[in-house]
Design a binder for this molecule. Structure first.
Ligand code: FES
Ligand code: FES
Length: 217
C-alpha cells in the first residue's frame, strides 16, 4: 500500500480529516519543512525560531562538530550538515529505537521528542537539534522498568509486528505530557501522525488511554 493511501487510511482510523495533531494539520506540517527545509513543527514554532540559517560554515559536506543532548546525556558528534537526526542517532549513537520507515515525514516510525514535542527525526537535521532536549524510547526505560506508556502498550497488546511501536510510544508520551487527560477523540487526533501497517489502532488507542491512568499513579 502506498504511503499516501496509508496516510488516508490512518486518517480515517483516527477520525482526523486533515491529520490535525496538537492543532497543526499534516498539510501545514509538510509545508513547514518544505518551505523552510528546517523546523519540524507539529503545532509549535519555538524550534523554528531557533533554527540555524544556512551559512558558509554549514555549506557542502564539510563535517561539523556538535553536541547532542539525547536521553539526558550529552554526546559529541561529527556530522555532515545534510545528515538527519535519525541517521546520527542510529548510526553514531547506537540508539535504534527510532525506526527508519518512509524517511519523508509520513509514517511516524522515527518519532522522538524534541523539547517534549513529538518530531519526525527523519525530517530534522542533526545540526538543527543541537541545543534541544531529544528523547527516544530508550530514554523512557528506567533500569529494567518500562515507562508507563511502554507498559500500557504491553498490557493492552498495542502492537503486532512492533515496527511502528517506538514511534507510537513517543507520540503518546508527547501527547500525554501536554494533555494528561485526553478524550478518546483527542487520543486519535494526537496519534494521527503515526501509521501502523498492521492496523493495531484500536489497541494502540486503548493503550494510550490506559497510560494516561497509569501515569497518574
Ligand atoms: S521515517 Fe517515516 S516519518 Fe520518519
Ligand atoms: S505493529 Fe506492525 S506496523 Fe504497527
Amino acid at each position: 500500500m502506498c504511503a499516501s493511501k496509508r496516510s488516508q487510511d490512518q486518517g480515517r482510523q483516527s477520525g482526523a480529516t486533515s491529520g490535525d495533531r496538537f492543532g497543526f494539520t499534516r498539510r501545514e506540517f509538510i509545508k513547514s519543512w518544505s518551505a523552510g527545509g528546517v523546523a519540524l513543527a507539529i503545532g509549535h514554532n519555538a524550534m523554528a525560531a531557533e533554527v540555524k540559517q544556512p551559512n558558509e560554515a554549514l555549506a557542502g559536506d564539510e563535517p561539523v562538530q556538535l553536541r547532542l543532548n539525547v536521553n539526558g546525556k550529552s554526546h559529541a558528534v561529527l556530522v555532515e550538515p545534510r545528515w538527519t537526526l535519525l541517521s546520527v542517532m542510529r548510526e553514531q549513537l547506537g540508539l535504534t529505537a527510532a525506526k527508519i520507515g518512509c524517511e519523508r515525514g509520513e509514517c511516524g516510525s522515527c518519532t522522538v521528542l524534541v523539547d517534549d514535542l513529538p518530531r519526525y527525526a527523519c525530517m530534522v537535521l542533526a545540526v538543527e537539534a543541537e541545543g534541544h532536549r531529544i528523547e527516544t524510547a530508550e530514554g523512557l526505560v528506567n533500569g529494567d522498568q518500562l515507562g508507563a506508556v511502554q507498559a500500557s502498550f504491553m498490557k493492552e497488546d498495542g502492537l503486532q509486528c512492533g515496527y511502528c511501536t517506538p514511534g507510537q510510544v513517543m507520540a503518546a508520551e508527547g501527547l500525554l505530557r501536554h494533555n494528561p487527560n485526553p478524550s478518546f477523540d483527542e487520543i486519535r487526533r494526537g496519534m494521527s501522525g503515526n501509521l501502523c501497517r498492521c492496523g493495531a489502532y484500536t489497541n494502540i488507542f486503548t493503550a494510550v488511554a490506559d497510560a494516561a491512568v497509569l501515569r497518574k499513579g
